[in-house]
Design a protein around this ligand. Structure first.
Ligand code: DX5
Ligand code: ZN
Length: 546
């Protein structure tokens, strides 16, 4: 049986998809970044997690089908297929070239079309509105034959202007196609502008419900919400389902995001190194619920989720490994029921090897143990259990501990490394500045050993320290006191996001300056950097540009 894809691995692969897609588009000098990026999580979750598919055996009888009806998301689609292993990732560089198998709009593979396509592409797209009807044909045939294959169809909101979509909507419910799932990439932008100005689609939920479909709505960039919706749908009988995935066109590259101009435009090739850096610089925020008033944990999870947190950081403290006690696996099990947000458990306990099973069963997505609490063989035992359960394994290190060399032997199986910037035990402690050098050192060692996982900063992270740990290499930020230390959790998270944006923009601007395209970059990035002009120190540049 294939292993379940670990949350952080999935997250990383989807980042790789965006990186590949943008390289292909820039190389081609044309293509559609907007739709490739709005649908990256949707297509990534389908191929890397959900669908039954075998890249080495693309015609496998039991496979699930993916019909890319909004076919202009082709660069993202090819990047997903390449990352999954259907083709070599290098082939993305042939995108849209004459004689390439990666045409501007995908071509269904057949012997006759083998020069323009490759096995794994099930549908020729380009003319909008047709894919859902084709999907009905496949789903109906499979059902009639008593086969279990499922059909997943990606449709666009611009595409929903086509009458054929609504004819298909009627037919699918008439035939009770519960093996068909449509996913609407609801980015609210079509070729020339905003959908609601060109042809309003709302109330889109009600429309599909009126056609007798099972309707689920998610944030289409939250992997966990897509996964959760897909598994709930599997239980629905006698009805087709649609996931309305609220997305942002161009998501991932800020000056492209939600901007109709980037529907079908390639970035200049010289920008690519900066764009790749941006994609690798995403900052994820993980509020730690032990911080603040000792109020209801449930409420803290809900409020952080509503404010757009990326993870919930769960500090497990046993009063032995650290001086205080917090909560244990039973609390996590309870919290798991109220939300699908990823749980990032940080075990500050003695002998974690004896307890790991409880945290696996509690529903954690990431489980990190301390190097000070286990030796290499215990770590390996823990690691094996976590990998088998499809949970992202992590390792944490205290400020005073020397980085143990044995970790380097196991980097392929570590998804996250927590570098503590306080001595663990309590929220609300003061950041230890000396840990910055240590973090930078460790990150350097890890990079030279080809570590692909995340670095998480934990302890005293707030608006004043975030940029420093980002510069040292951290991309996941635990924030206890900075989120729960004062009552307005929403604005606390907004403030951290603001600092995260400043940190990222500063880094990208530095890179642009080194590469001799400072003003060119500032121009492309105008909407993003003007509101941050003072913090970025670009007021004079802006003056000169005008
Ligand atoms: C320290 C914990 C941290 C801490 C974070 O023992 O591992 O996660 O609670 O809280 P702040 O951000 O307040 O330091
Ligand atoms: Zn922690």
């Amino acid at each position: 049986m294939a292993l379940k894809m670990r949350y952080l691995e999935l997250n990383r692969k989807i980042r790789d998809v965006r990186m590949l897609a943008i390289q292909g588009i820039a190389e081609a000098g044309s293509g559609h970044p907007g739709a490739s990026f709005s649908a990256a999580e949707i297509m990534g979750v389908l191929y890397f997690h959900k669908m039954k598919n075998r890249p080495t055996d693309p015609f496998w009888e039991e496979r699930d089908y993916f019909i890319n009806s909004k076919a202009h998301s082709a660069p993202g689609f090819y990047a997903v297929l390449a990352t999954a292993g259907y083709i070599d990732t290098k082939e993305i560089k042939t995108l849209r070239k004459l004689g390439s198998r990666l045409q501007g709009h995908p071509v269904r593979y057949s012997e006759r079309q083998k020069e323009h396509s490759f096995p794994g592409i099930e549908y020729s797209g380009g003319s909008e509105g047709i894919g859902l009807s084709v999907s009905i044909g496949i789903a109906l045939a499979k059902k009639r034959d008593g086969q279990k294959n499922r059909v997943y169809t990606l449709i666009g909101d611009g595409e929903s202007n086509e009458g054929q979509i609504w004819e298909a909507a009627m037919a699918a419910s008439k035939f009770k196609l519960d093996n068909l799932v449509a996913i609407l990439d609801r980015n609210k932008i079509q070729q020339d502008g905003f959908t609601e100005e060109i042809m309003p689609l709302d109330p889109v939920r009600d429309k599909w419900a009126a056609f007798n479909w099972n309707v689920v709505e998610v944030n289409g960039h939250k992997i966990e919400q897509i996964i959760d919706a897909l598994s709930r749908i599997e239980k629905v009988e006698d009805k087709p389902s649609i996931i309305i995935a609220n997305t942002t066109k161009g998501r991932g590259i800020k000056h492209m995001a939600n901007n109709p101009q980037w529907h079908g435009k390639a970035p200049p090739k010289k920008h690519v190194p900066i764009l790749l850096e941006e994609l690798q610089s995403e900052i994820l925020i993980a509020p730690s619920i032990i911080a603040g008033e000792p109020e209801n944990y449930e409420e803290k999870v809900r409020r952080a989720e509503r404010a757009g947190a990326d993870f919930i950081h769960l500090d497990i403290m046993d009063g032995k490994f650290v001086p205080s006690t917090s909560f244990f696996a039973d609390t996590i099990k309870h919290l798991r029921k109220i939300s699908s947000i990823p749980f990032d458990a940080h075990l500050m306990i003695e002998k974690p090897v004896n307890h790991i099973q409880e945290y696996i069963e509690a529903g954690c997505d990431v489980v990190t143990v301390h190097v000070e609490a286990c030796n290499e063989s215990e770590f390996l035992e823990i690691n094996k259990m976590l990998l088998l359960a499809g949970i992202s394994p992590g390792i944490a290190i205290n400020p005073g501990t020397q980085f143990p060399g044995w970790i380097l032997e196991h980097l392929d199986n570590i998804d996250i490394m927590i570098i503590m910037s306080v001595n663990p035990g309590f929220a609300g402690q003061k950041f230890i500045p000396e840990t910055l050098d240590k973090m930078a050192q460790i990150v350097k060692t890890l990079k030279s050993n080809n570590y692909k996982g995340f670095i998480e900063a934990d302890g005293g992270i707030d608006a004043t320290t975030l940029q420093q740990v980002f510069d040292a290499g951290a991309r996941i930020m635990v924030a206890g006191n900075a989120v729960y230390g004062s009552p307005d959790i929403n604005s606390n998270i907004i403030q951290l996001r603001h600092k995260a944006n400043v940190a990222i923009e500063t880094k990208l601007l530095e890179l642009a300056t080194i590469n001799d395209m400072r003003s060119d970059w500032i121009k492309s990035r105008k909407n993003m950097v003007i509101p941050l002009a003072k913090e970025l120190g670009i007021e004079e540049d802006l003056h000169a540009i005008k």
